[in-house]
Design a protein around this ligand. Structure first.
Ligand code: SF4
Ligand code: SF4
Length: 77
């Protein structure tokens, strides 16, 4: 279920991202853009509807929607 706007958290872990662009293609509200280096950036978070598509469809599990998961990952990376 979508969270309130102020509770939405998304983070892209570049160490796992292979720059395939799938997250950009599946985002229904065009939140994600590709920067010059080829990596995706969450350029328009104000448009995010917290649908979770980018998280689910990333083949490398590189997108996180939970701040606690990010913290856990930081300990092992
Ligand atoms: S779908 Fe995942 S691996 Fe592909 S560009 Fe987006 S974050 Fe990177
Ligand atoms: S959660 Fe949905 S709306 Fe938000 S960036 Fe991901 S695909 Fe786009």
């Amino acid at each position: 279920m979508a969270r309130p706007k102020d509770k939405i958290f998304l983070w892209i872990n570049r160490r796992w991202c292979k720059r395939c662009g799938i997250c950009v293609a599946v985002c229904p509200t065009k939140v994600i853009e590709i920067e010059k280096s080829g990596y995706p950036v969450l350029a328009h978070m104000d448009k995010c509807i917290d649908c979770g598509m980018c998280v689910i469809m990333c083949p490398d599990f590189a997108i996180f929607d939970d701040q606690e998961d990010k913290k856990l990952l930081a300990k092992i990376l």
